[in-house]
Design a protein around this ligand. Structure first.
Ligand code: ADP
Ligand code: MG
Length: 364
């Protein structure tokens, strides 16, 4: 009988443990957890990779709760915290809100200021007048010009808001807050922070094509498509780096038609009328609230004005699709955008951004 050889046994054991560790890690990496929620008027898909099932499940439950409560608190026309604040503002009173709402209002005020007022969540009165304060698209004729003029004359602006801690008042009672232009971005930023705080490293939060990512999709980046507004399919796709976001404002999803004319749900605060010209704007960034607000602002800025507004808001990677189907991209976006099929539907025109001008002091 051969004698047991302790060295060999020990070596075998070490090898066995190492293999076991590799196997466990591989199993962890392949672990994929998906859940879908209905919030912010859209389906939000959460995918978490490489975590134990109970950790991933607890994280999606927490994010679900967070998004539901933000959806309720920030809703522009259903009863809730924002509705109470709007009522207080209309009555000339101050309102008390929670930290999160105060925070998002500060962010909205700063972004509105940087956009030169093209993105302005204080124009809730106008958005309601056009019939977009409803779950279904408006029907019938557009509002009378006199009604639009009256609201414009009252000049509601985010910069009218005074926010002290969690106490909010407005110098102008015509301010009616509608966070629809950046609520998704601000909410997904909070959701991503919640996932990070729970130790989740690889995840995607996808709200109908508006996306925040954490880490990677296994051994490759998370890849997100940008929809073609004219035909079923995608114009292109972007591989997102860890922590990046991609937001698209489309005029092709929420709108109403009257006498053959299409009225989009993005309103130009200067004229009180829905935007035309730009059909879709995508912004690649590292901050969801800023990307979402910028996508809305650049839709309003139109073909002539958008590069200046993008620079003022501090976003560098932008794709624009005009009503005639032209594709315009900043150099930073062109570097990252791949065609969905063989080639882009139209050649991509590269539009450099101006240097960021000395911005007015936009406080948050
Ligand atoms: P989507 O919902 O398609 O992503 P947006 O992010 O542009 O598009 O949000 C559009 C919403 O933003 C509108 O439904 C309305 O609630 C609000 N909104 C419309 N015009 C403006 C504007 N000029 N500034 C800020 N918010 C706006
Ligand atoms: Mg937006």
């Amino acid at each position: 009988m051969t004698r047991p050889r302790p060295k060999l046994i020990a070596l075998g054991l070490v090898l066995f443990c190492a293999l076991l560790l590799v196997a466990v890690r591989a199993a962890r990496v392949e672990q994929v957890h998906r859940e879908t929620l209905y919030v912010f008027g859209t389906l939000v898909e959460i995918e978490i990779r490489g975590e134990r099932r109970d950790t991933a499940r607890a994280a999606t439950t927490s994010v679900g709760r967070l998004l539901q409560s933000l959806h309720h608190d920030w809703h522009a026309w259903r009863p809730g915290a924002l509705g109470d604040l709007n009522a207080a503002i209309a009555a000339g009173d101050a309102g008390n809100v929670d930290d999160r709402l105060a925070g998002v209002l500060r962010t909205g005020r700063r972004l509105a200021c940087q956009s030169g007022g093209l993105f302005d969540p204080a124009i809730g009165g106008l958005i309601g007048l056009w019939g977009f304060h409803a779950d279904t698209p408006p029907e019938g004729a557009p509002p009378a010009r006199a009604e639009i003029e009256a609201l414009l004359a009252a000049r509601p602006r985010m910069t009218d808001l005074q926010i002290e801690g969690t106490r909010v008042r407005s110098a102008n009672p015509a301010v009616q807050l509608d966070l629809g232009g950046f609520a998704k971005g601000a909410a997904l930023d909070l959701a991503a922070a919640d996932l990070r705080a729970r130790g989740i490293e690889n995840a995607v939060l996808n709200a109908g094509g508006d996306v925040n990512v954490l880490g990677t999709h296994g051994d490759r980046p998370w890849r997100v498509a940008i929809r073609d507004p004219f035909v079923w399919g995608a114009v292109g796709a972007v591989s997102l780096r860890p922590g990046e976001v991609l937001y698209t404002s489309g005029n092709y999803e929420r709108y109403f038609e009257h006498d053959g004319e299409r009225f989009a749900h993005i309103i130009d605060p200067r004229t009180g009328y829905p935007v035309r010209e730009i059909v879709s704007v995508s912004v690649l960034d590292t901050d969801g609230a800023r990307a979402d607000a910028a996508a809305t602002a650049l839709s309003v800025a139109g073909r002539a004005g958008w590069p200046r507004v993008a620079a003022a808001m501090g976003v560098s990677a932008v794709l624009m699709i005009t009503d005639s189907g032209a594709l315009l991209a900043t150099p930073a976006m062109a570097d990252r955008l791949d065609p969905a099929g063989e080639a882009f539907p139209e050649p991509v025109e590269i539009v450099p951004l101006p240097a960021r001008a000395a911005a007015p002091a936009c406080t948050g």
